[in-house]
Design a protein around this ligand. Sequence first.
Ligand SMILES: [Zn+2]
Length: 200
Amino acid sequence: MQILHPFAGSVQQYTEQLANPDCYRPGHCPQCQTKHPLTAHGFYTRTLIDTAFDGIIRVRRYLCQACQRTVSLLPEFVLPYLRSGLAMIALFLIARRLHEKTLHCASSTAPSSMPYQRGQFWIRRFCAQAEGLCAALAALTQPIAAPDFVHRALAMLESTGWIAAHRFLFAGLRCHLLGWPRGLAPDGRRAAFSSAGAPA
Ligand SMILES: [Zn+2]
């Protein structure tokens, strides 16, 4: 199971904080609710492509001694199962759908290695989510007049802040900003005893 590492800052600052397992050690198990602090259980690595970073990051894992399941602490600047960072996805969606830039122009917000199909994939998933996002984000910000749910959801995300919205959706509602991959719907949990997977 993945939960959020309550951290906002640069990738560099995140990496420095990872050295200390006590820094954000969960005090209880979010899966079986046992009240014992979890045991540090190494890391897994994942790729991250973001506006100012392209490489591998480590994600800390903890083990619950009671249920023997792992919990990984995902930094808030990434979305589960996506290689690209939240800032890069946000920039692309805003450029393409709020400012109506061409696909080519919107893709130029990303590192040049990004295939435009990746942006189309984000847009498809975001559009499918937009109505639900508007409803969920109404808890954080006033609904904004807009011609459709996609524009309204983008405007509400801009007003809330993408990381704050992601934190609320993921930690509070187990909702993925771009929608969970089909196999993990509705709440992103895998079946018991499997560890967090690599990003798609
Ligand atoms: Zn447990």
